[in-house]
Design a protein around this ligand. Structure first.
Ligand SMILES: Nc1nc2c(c(=O)[nH]1)N[C@H]1C(S)=C(S)[C@@H](COP(=O)(O)OP(=O)(O)OC[C@H]3O[C@@H](n4cnc5c(=O)[nH]c(N)nc54)[C@H](O)[C@@H]3O)O[C@H]1N2
Ligand SMILES: Nc1nc2c(c(=O)[nH]1)N[C@H]1C(S)=C(S)[C@@H](COP(=O)(O)OP(=O)(O)OC[C@H]3O[C@@H](n4cnc5c(=O)[nH]c(N)nc54)[C@H](O)[C@@H]3O)O[C@H]1N2
Ligand SMILES: [Mo]
Length: 883
């Protein structure tokens, strides 16, 4: 009974949560559903019949028959006393309507005025572009300290004893110079205004909030964006989102300004002799239709190529590949999954059945051992990275395989800092230890797996000692890692581009699958093989058929030709489509004449940029459909302004196969249009509008459901209440969090003995350093979006990381510009000296055109077409001293 009302809740519920579930509000300042309750503020005191003392509702669990009062004169007096005490130390504020924060709201409710012994004014810190700190408003609830430690695992906020007072202070001279990663969790939880979003307009007033999915990475956090006068001004994570559970990272939380950037391209542009000219949509569409029609008439449909966008929705990408196949008549359609996790998709599909992660992020909390291979989780997938770090802090053994000492490697039980490009020997050696020590799961192997004896014979050759010599790590460490992984039960692996972006990327993924199969870590919770997919919708773009060989649902064309021809009412092209880099090779050779690029800056991000440039320059027609001018559009003939995913409805598919809704937060900026609308308009202008009559996302999605049985049960209606993971074949199916729980589609699966073929890219006297490339937290890929936000202040430039010893040897100081020279080209960027990189290695980020890191990388590729971004032999020279 709460306040005389009967409340039914599950055992183990707190009094506070029970009251809330009954719509009874108990005041509190230290409670946050993301944190363990502490009872510190004592505002939530309640009276429990027959109890000797008042109890804090947040820490007291209910029991059957409990009789609780939340509002008695005595309780109100207690609360008033607490608030008066806090108000004495709180600066006098101009009251606002509505009150600026929960604390001020309580002061108003209880009629208490703030102001008195205000703490010294040295407590304002405005160093950070996003977060304003004013600790004179701190009320010692310590929610910031707790959320930074217990959710983000960053430990930025500390309690400092100042004699009379305990104050909260960042670990560093200022917040900017602290380890803060700007996830915004402390601001989100702060109830008193001590921590605030700096850029929220002072007189913000009520904002309109729209729930949608983050436009950045493949984690797929759900966020609410707050708008005012048609502009996005704030974001907050959704508390009950299954993926992020009330958390976010700096990009989702703060990096939304790009949508309103002054240099958004908002009108169609056509280039003639004199440069770009704005034209009306109608003319732009007619022009594109004409030029594509001309190329097809002269050279045939396979002289045209199309690239879908991993940043756009499933519906956009579905129509993009349908346009390539039905309107243009070519299978030359691909997307950036090619340069990224195509090896994961191929490895998983060929060995297990589906080209996607086997498990879900929630398995991180169930795993008894974690293996992270070539993934910089805290920077590339920060919300997942924080969960992995929390698991490690709870004592779950963590193995990290990465040449660099990344943040997560610093937290690891075992860090194998291998030489770039040597994953395969290392994973083979781990498998060899598992078998030698008899740590394999015999029951699982007997039930599901073939080829064990053959694999055993093969892998015996890969002793830890042999691998150690190749990989540059000790044999003992390899053996220990194998024992820890195999001893986990369940053990979960996650992997990134450090495994896939190699000439043996697919084989690397297969070797990791071997290890999971050997130890029975497939088909059970807390286990599996899980590629951390890149962009918001890269899994979706490829799954929708932006892949030369696959139709929507990931089926090979020849397996499903007749089914799709019937559904689409038109024949599918017969010729084999070209993958992304093969399209560019064909352009260089004069066979590909037109390229239609939807949301993808290939000139900046493809390897061997000089060669990409030559290929693009050889085209008759280059069409770019993007939000901004890019390196690629500098060579384009037509620019079609797309609207961002804040400006449209649809769905994204995250790295765990979860379909989530994308909702329109603001109206399309300027004349920009959704990718679907633009593509359908071109189809119509080419006289093939029949399959493109409807561009409403829900109608397109229903068509996708009809052609791909594994998502048939996922409707927009169901997605209103949260995401769903495929396979989800019927509308009453709950979705699938863990694949292969009931075995494998084709019965048994096989272990794969995989020969090791080292890369041709080797260091020598002229190119003595091994360069690997990758990401940084604050910039995202081509940086078209992040560079147009204050993230740019947090990380303005690409950097080349070198070991301090190498820096000293080359006479380099932190910040000096260096020239990085490979057999293909030159990049120029400032150097950073760090112990994260081993001597002889170098690491560069690739986000900006000024550094042009992809001038040096190699377009050698894996059989599925993924380039070797992770291994380049280079020489490093000072580029002149900076003043
Ligand atoms: N902040 C931010 N987040 C992003 C992105 C971004 O640009 N910025 N991009 C998104 C995209 S598209 C993607 S695909 C993902 C990628 O996310 P990640 O997979 O984390 O990407 P990378 O940083 O490229 O590479 C990961 C790690 O591989 C290591 N590595 C290099 N060579 C080897 C090797 O031979 N073996 C092993 N085991 N490791 C090696 C590198 O040291 C690096 O730490 O991130 C997504 N998230
Ligand atoms: N050296 C090196 N190079 C790399 C990598 C590496 O590790 N090292 N990683 C590679 C990887 S994994 C990837 S995925 C690529 C990424 O390379 P890109 O795909 O080029 O990078 P993104 O920044 O994700 O940009 C895509 C484009 O989409 C636009 N965009 C955003 N939303 C929309 C939309 O709704 N519609 C349309 N039409 N456009 C939109 C953006 O403005 C941007 O120009 O880079 C690759 N390049
Ligand atoms: Mo990617």
């Amino acid at each position: 009974m709460i306040d005389g009302r009967e409340v039914n809740v599950a055992a183990g519920t707190t009094v506070l949560a029970s009251a809330r579930s009954a719509g009874i509000d108990i005041p509190t300042l230290c409670d946050d559903p993301r944190l363990e309750p502490t009872g510190a503020c004592r505002l939530c005191l309640v009276e429990i019949a027959a109890a000797a003392r008042l109890a804090t509702a947040c820490t007291t669990l209910v029991h059957a028959g409990m009789d609780v009062r939340t509002q008695t004169p005595e309780l109100e007096a207690e609360r008033r006393g607490i608030l008066e005490l806090l108000a004495r130390d709180y600066p006098a504020v101009q009251p606002t309507t509505p009150p600026a924060n929960p604390f001020q709201q309580y002061l108003r409710e209880y009629g208490i005025a703030a102001g008195g012994d205000v703490r010294p004014p040295d407590q304002i810190d405005e160093s950070h572009p996003y977060i304003r700190v004013d600790m004179s408003r701190c009320i010692d609830c310590f929610r910031c300290v707790r959320i930074c430690r217990d959710v983000q695992a960053q430990d930025v906020w500390h309690l400092w004893d100042r004699g009379f007072d305990t104050v909260v202070h960042p670990a560093g001279p200022s917040l900017l110079e602290s380890p803060c990663v700007a996830c915004g969790a402390c601001v989100d939880t702060c109830p008193s205004g001590a921590l605030e979003d700096r850029r929220l307009p002072a007189a913000a007033g009520p904002l309109a909030w729209t729930r949608t999915t983050c436009p950045y990475c493949g984690v797929g956090c759900e966020l609410e964006y707050g708008t005012q006068a048609g502009r996005i001004v704030a974001a907050r994570p959704v508390l009950d989102a299954p993926v992020n559970r009330g958390h976010a990272c700096v990009k989702g939380r703060y990096a939304f300004d790009f949508a309103h950037a002054a240099d958004r391209v908002t009108q169609p542009l056509v280039r003639d002799g004199g440069g770009w000219h704005s034209v009306e949509w109608e003319r732009a569409i007619a022009h594109v239709a004409q030029r594509l029609t001309d190329v097809i008439a002269r050279y045939g449909p396979d002289a045209v190529g199309v690239l879908g966008s991993s940043r756009a929705t499933d519906e956009d990408n579905y129509l993009t590949q349908k346009f390539a196949r039905l309107v243009l008549g070519t299978n030359n359609v691909d997307c950036c999954a090619r340069v990224c996790h195509a090896p994961s998709a191929e490895g998983l599909k060929s060995m297990l059945g589906a080209g996607a992660a086997t498990n879900s992020f929630e398995d991180i909390e169930q795993a008894r051992a974690l293996l992270v291979v070539g993934a910089n989780v805290t920077e590339s997938h920060p919300v997942v990275g924080a969960r992995i770090r929390q698991a490690a802090r709870r004592g779950v053994p963590l193995i990290v395989i990465d040449p660099r000492r990344t943040e997560v490697a610093r937290e690891a039980t075992i860090h194998l800092a291998l030489r770039p490009g040597t994953n395969l020997p290392l994973l083979h050696a781990m498998a060899s230890v598992v078998l030698d020590d008899q740590l394999q799961d015999d029951a699982f192997l007997a039930a599901h797996v073939d080829g064990v004896d053959e694999f055993r014979r093969f892998v015996r050759e890969w002793t830890p000692a042999r691998a150690a010599a190749i990989c540059g790590v000790s044999a003992e460490a390899i053996a220990r890692a194998a024992r820890v992984y195999a001893g986990g039960r369940p053990a979960m692996s996650v992997h990134g581009l450090g495994l896939t972006e190699h000439t043996q990327g697919t084989d690397g993924v297969r070797a990791l699958i071997n290890l999971a199969l050997l130890t029975g870590n497939v088909g059970r919770p807390g286990a599996g093989v899980n590629p951390l997919r890149g962009q918001n919708n890269v899994q979706g773009a490829a799954q929708m058929g932006c892949d030369p060989g696959l139709l929507p649902g990931g089926v090979p064309i020849e397996q499903a030709r007749s089914r799709f021809e019937e559904a689409w009412g038109a024949p599918l092209p017969r010729t084999r489509g070209l993958a992304l880099l093969d399209m560019l090779d064909a352009a260089s050779a004069g066979r590909l004449k037109a390229l239609f690029v939807v949301g993808y800056d290939i000139l900046l991000t493809n390897p061997n940029a000089n060669q990409t440039r030559r290929a693009l320059e050889a085209l008759d027609v280059l069409i770019v459909q993007d939000l901004f001018h890019t390196q690629t559009s500098s060579l384009a003939h037509v620019f079609l302004p797309a609207c961002s995913t804040f400006e449209k409805d649809g769905t994204f598919m995250n790295a765990e196969r979860r379909l989530q809704r994308v909702r329109r937060v603001i109206d399309p900026v300027g004349q920009s249009r959704s990718d679907s609308e633009i593509i359908a308009d071109i189809a119509r202008a080419m006289g093939r509008g029949d399959g493109f009559a409807h561009v409403q996302p829900n109608v397109v999605w229903d068509e996708i459901r009809r052609v791909w049985p594994a998502v048939n049960g996922i409707t927009y209606d169901r997605l209103e209440h949260g995401g769903l993971q495929w396979p989800c074949p019927t509308v009453d199916h709950p979705g699938t969090a863990v694949l292969y729980r009931d075995g494998f589609a084709h019965g048994r699966v096989s272990l794969r003995p995989i020969q090791v073929h080292p890369t041709d890219e080797a260091t020598d006297e002229v190119y003595p350093f091994l360069l690997t490339t990758g990401r940084t937290l604050y910039q995202f890929n081509a940086a078209t979006m992040t560079a147009r936000t204050p993230n740019n202040e947090l990380r303005p430039a690409d950097t080349l990381d070198l070991a301090p010893e190498d820096g000293a040897r080359l006479g380099l100081r932190e910040g000096d510009d260096v020239r990085v020279i490979s057999r293909r080209g030159v990049a120029t960027l400032p150097v950073r000296l760090t112990d994260a990189v081993r001597p002889g290695h170098a690491f560069a980020t690739f986000h900006t055109a000024t550094s042009a890191v992809n001038q040096v990388t190699s377009d050698a590729r894996d059989p599925v077409g993924t380039p070797e971004y992770k291994v380049t032999a280079v020489r490093i020279e000072p580029a002149g001293v900076r003043l």
